[in-house]
Design a binder for this molecule. Structure first.
Ligand SMILES: O=c1ccn([C@@H]2O[C@H](COP(=O)(O)O)[C@@H](O)[C@H]2O)c(=O)[nH]1
Length: 230
């Protein structure tokens, strides 16, 4: 299995992306989220593809099924590798999202509980009274039932999801922090080594690389820890 770190390009402009990517000489797996996409749109994706990078378009759609299906029909034309929805949108919405992508090679995953959410916050803010792991597992099972390719979760739920939904079911885990790096606004954090040991299929890393004084060195160190070479 090729383990490639997904780098979150959380920048505000194409210029900043160009500056960042000029440090690297190899094809990467990058994530484009709301901050960047809302400024630069599909043109930026075409630019990244022209450089040979794989793309996770992280827009976390969450709306009525008809709207999400139509939006996915549009995203299907962009030729990205991975897109996502919020599992909280429900089974019908996830099925509709999948229908919208029909005929494309784009994989679809669902966000379970954000990695910035604690169990206490989930109880208080969302009035969900089960444990955080139960909630994440419930959403993962629902996503599997709707024929999605996997979920976004934290490393701490990845193993249980693999056991319940199958090892082929993607477990894309943000909230990754090397041991000496600040958690920032993330709550359910883990190291690249823990991610490997707990069965994440992909890790997403933003600030630990993009805000590093030496992004290439940080990327290489995280990649080695993730792939088991360190
Ligand atoms: O549950 C989630 C879902 C998405 N994200 C995104 O991943 C990156 C993480 O960035 P860091 O700087 O490594 O914290 C960011 O783009 C989030 O929007 C997430 O963190 N948690």
């Amino acid at each position: 299995m090729v383990r490639k770190v997904i780098i979150a390009l959380d920048f505000a402009s194409k210029q900043e992306v160009e500056n960042f990517l000029s440090n690297f000489s190899e094809p990467l797996f990058v994530k484009v989220g709301m901050e960047l996409y809302y400024q630069e749109g599909p043109e930026l994706l075409r630019y990244l593809k022209s450089l040979g990078h794989q793309i996770f378009l992280d827009l976390k759609l969450h709306d009525i099924p008809n709207t999400v299906e139509a939006a996915m029909r549009g995203l299907a034309k962009l030729g990205v590798d991975l897109v996502n929805v919020h599992a909280a949108g429900g089974y019908a919405m996830m099925e509709a999202a999948k229908r919208g992508l029909a005929g494309s090679d784009t994989k679809l995953i669902a966000v379970t509980q954000l990695t910035s959410t604690s169990e206490e916050q989930m109880h208080h803010d969302q009035l969900i009274e089960v444990s955080l792991e139960e909630s994440v597992l419930h959403y993962a099972k629902l996503a599997k039932l709707a024929d999605l390719d996997g979920v976004v979760c934290s490393v701490h739920e990845a193993k249980a999801i693999g056991e319940v939904c199958g090892e082929d079911f993607l477990r894309v885990t943000p909230g990754i922090r090397p041991a000496d790096v600040s958690s920032d606004d993330q709550i359910r954090v883990a190291t690249p080594r823990q991610a490997r040991e707990q069965g994440s299929t992909h890790i997403v890393v933003g600030r630990a690389i993009t805000k590093s004084e030496n992004p290439v060195t940080s990327y290489q160190q995280i990649s080695q820890e993730w792939s088991g070479e360190a």
